[in-house]
Design a protein around this ligand. Structure first.
Ligand SMILES: [Zn+2]
Length: 71
């Protein structure tokens, strides 16, 4: 199953949130993302919020900044 993630840095917000969330299914990821948006960003859990979150889902895992890590 394809891993999916959402990176809050892409989410329109004023708080410079840098959280990334990953899950093995879109449903799980959406639930986690909605909970994060509601609890941290004080969004309302609406169909519009869910659609916006889904629009910034990506395949794979969140890129990590690993300075100096050579292959
Ligand atoms: Zn956030």
């Amino acid at each position: 199953m394809a891993r999916k993630f959402i990176d809050c840095r892409e989410f329109p917000s004023e708080m410079n949130c840098t959280v990334a969330i990953a899950a093995d299914s879109e449903g799980e990821l959406l639930e986690a993302a909605v909970q994060h948006a509601v609890s941290v960003h004080k969004h309302e859990d609406t169909p519009e919020l869910r659609a916006m979150l889904k629009s910034i889902f990506h395949d794979g895992t969140a890129p990590m900044e690993q300075p100096g890590r050579a292959a």
